[in-house]
Design a protein around this ligand. Structure first.
Ligand code: ATP
Length: 238
């Protein structure tokens, strides 16, 4: 008895001009899951997320949310459909405070829902302590927390995370992954793009491996974690 599919990518092909970045990928994210999308630099991970969030249009194939096609829906409407994204490189608004950044995340609501703000500040006590600090003066890890917190303020059913561990010290990465688990436990489905395969697969239910625009492996996270090919290519072994 599997949970219903929330997000489906069906034979998705995406091009930048003549360059084909996605060569017909099929990915399913079920309600309640954490799904990891792994792959090396340039494999097409960010392109996949940008296509889901409506920033890129596929040349072929479909993006479906709850069975309905959403490719062709503009990105601000995709947010309203319940898809939140924390972008690569944690792009927060540097000369706005922590609180103002979080409020921006709630722009699709009238006013800032207090419960959501409280929930995010509970999840990220570091942000609560620094709520009046300018975002540009936060540490890398705190900016990553803020980018995730801001995405949560839009009350997503599906949260897209682009390399939340990038450039962060191992202890901070650990903390961020624990918070992602908590967010998932609270009911948000997560699609997690990572180069840090070990951390991602320890958290995820299932995973996909993307190589030069094609899915080359998909399995339960525990199976991928013990797969010799994954260990050799993505966990620095062999
Ligand atoms: P990284 O981890 O380095 O961000 P990625 O897996 O997210 O890698 P993408 O950013 O999706 O990879 O890039 C996939 C391919 O598409 C790469 O070959 C990249 O050079 C190419 N590409 C990405 N953006 C553009 C663009 N705006 N114009 C042309 N080619 C692009």
């Amino acid at each position: 008895t599997e949970a219903p599919a929330m997000l489906e990518l069906v034979d998705l092909q995406v091009f930048y001009g003549a360059i084909q970045a996605l060569k017909g990928i099929n990915v399913t994210v079920r309600q309640g899951e954490v799904v990891a999308l792994l792959g090396a630099n340039g494999a097409g991970k960010t392109t996949t997320l940008r296509t889901i969030s409506g920033l890129l249009q596929p040349r072929h194939g479909e993006v479906r949310l709850g069975g309905e096609r959403i490719d062709g829906v503009p990105s601000h409407k995709v947010v309203e459909l319940g898809i939140g994204q924390s972008p690569e490189g944690r792009r927060v608004f540097p000369v706005m405070t922590v609180l103002e950044n979080l409020e921006m995340g709630a722009y699709r609501f009238k006013g800032v829902p207090k419960d959501d703000l409280e929930r995010v500040l509970d999840l990220f006590p570091r942000l609560a302590e620094r709520r009046t600090q300018l975002a540009g003066t936060l540490s890398g890890g705190e900016q990553q927390m803020l980018a995730i917190g801001r995405a949560l303020m839009g009350r997503p059913n599906l949260l897209l995370l682009d390399e939340p561990s990038m450039g962060l010290a191992p202890l901070i990465v650990q903390q961020i992954f624990e918070i992602i688990k908590e967010i998932n436990d609270q009911g948000t489905t997560v699609l997690l793009v990572e180069q840090n395969a070990s951390q991602a697969l320890q958290l995820a239910d299932r995973g996909y491996v993307l190589e030069t625009g094609a899915i080359v492996m998909e399995d339960d996270a525990s199976a991928l974690l013990s797969d010799p090919r994954v260990r050799a290519a993505y966990l620095g072994e062999g």
